[in-house]
Design a protein around this ligand. Structure first.
Ligand SMILES: [Mg+2]
Length: 381
């Protein structure tokens, strides 16, 4: 079998799909995208595709080595995401060629269902209790929300009270049996994180995510030491070497993204690395159906898995939803807040190719907003 062609499709709301075709008619799909950089990653995918066309798609590891190490300048979100999507497509081809789901190739299922959480609120959450109750009614056992909106570099007493108030609203609406997680989007300084996180301990969040930016990994151990609440990070870490300092700092949860961190091949290894630190993985996935399908293949075959993010109904999904691009949306049907084991070959989804081709090119040019502090200076989004 030989790879004959690699195509990409930019589709609403802000996703990029790749389609890898072979001379035997087996086709694999991937989702190589950085949110807000779809066009840049698309170019990278086509540059990397030159390494694949004419070659055997089943030599996944060799292709991964060449794609990640074959050029002198390596790593980072754009290249790692381009590799990730192509890696997903190669695994999809392998599963389809052999007639088994990818998680079977990874050692078989280690659980019967995968717990997922839903997002509530937007970038600046309000009406938390109502949003939580809606997710509980839909059967979810866990939710995640932004912990704060635009945040002062040094939090005021009111800022601290506001974070605690939001978390309290979530806990009261959830009761003690369900979980919530708080995403800080790196909006806190190290000092702020040390001051605020202990106040959240009585509310027992499942974890707090990116309390500080990933570039401050060399100070993450101070945050961990100050926080009785488990710390999660990883959506902006793209490889084992990127993740190692966070693991050494003592985070509790690693959140690699199947579409950013080198695909199924590298996330599988990231999980294994995390396991040696007694760390659980909670794959980041605010993206589309191919990324979610790839996440599930890892979730079902990884022992140290905690919970899966998914973007159905997320505030970013304007103009299209996760289920719009799959022939049978039942593969992503939630049962008591859990996803079932996909039994189809490869990624376990059938991409609606007609819909993808129709939508190609109509994706809005999504970028995250640039926030400013009241004095006009840049603020972390
Ligand atoms: Mg996050």
């Amino acid at each position: 079998m030989k790879i004959t062609r690699v195509e990409t499709f930019a589709v609403p709301p802000r996703w990029l799909f790749c389609r890898v075709e072979t001379d035997e008619g087996v086709v694999g799909w991937g989702e190589p995208v950085v949110e807000g950089r779809a066009a840049t990653v698309r170019t990278a995918v086509h540059e990397l595709a030159e390494l694949l066309v004419g070659r055997d798609p089943l030599r996944i590891e060799d292709h991964w080595q060449v794609m990640t190490k074959g050029s002198f300048y390596r790593g980072g979100p754009v290249l790692s995401s381009a590799v990730a999507g192509l890696d997903q497509a190669l695994w999809d081809i392998a599963g389809k060629a052999l007639g088994v789901p990818i998680h079977v190739l990874l050692g078989g299922p280690v659980r019967e269902r995968v717990r997922a959480y839903s997002w509530i609120g937007g970038d600046e959450p309000a009406d938390i209790a109502d949003a939580v109750r809606a997710q509980v009614e839909a059967g979810f056992t866990a939710v995640k929300m932004n912990a704060c909106g635009r945040m002062n570099r040094m939090a005021t007493a009111a800022d601290v009270a506001d974070v605690v108030e939001r978390a309290t609203a979530a806990r009261e609406a959830l009761g003690p049996e369900r979980d919530f997680a708080l995403d800080f989007h790196g909006r806190f300084s190290v000092a702020n994180a040390r001051r605020v996180l202990p106040h959240l301990a009585p509310l027992h969040p499942l974890f707090v995510e990116e309390p500080v930016l990933p570039e401050y990994a060399h100070r993450l151990d101070e945050v961990v030491a100050a926080s009785p609440v488990p710390i999660a990070t990883g959506e902006r870490l793209y490889s084992r070497t990127d993740a190692l300092p966070a693991l050494e700092a003592g985070v509790a949860v690693l959140q690699p993204d199947l579409s950013h961190a080198g695909g199924i091949s590298e996330v599988r290894r990231l999980a294994s690395l995390a396991e040696t630190f007694d760390v659980l993985i909670a794959p980041h996935c605010p993206l589309g159906p191919v990324s979610l399908a790839a996440s599930l293949q890892v979730a079902f075959s990884t022992p140290n898995f905690l919970i899966q993010e998914q973007s159905i109904g997320i505030h970013y999904n304007r103009g299209a939803e996760v289920l719009d691009y799959v022939v049978d949306p039942d593969v992503f049907r939630f049962d008591e807040g859990h996803l079932r084991r996909p039994l189809g070959p490869g990624l376990g989804i059938e991409v609606d190719e007609r819909e993808v081709r129709r939508a190609d090119g109509s994706a809005p040019d999504w970028h995250n907003p640039v926030w400013r502090h009241p004095d006009g200076s840049f603020a972390e989004w």
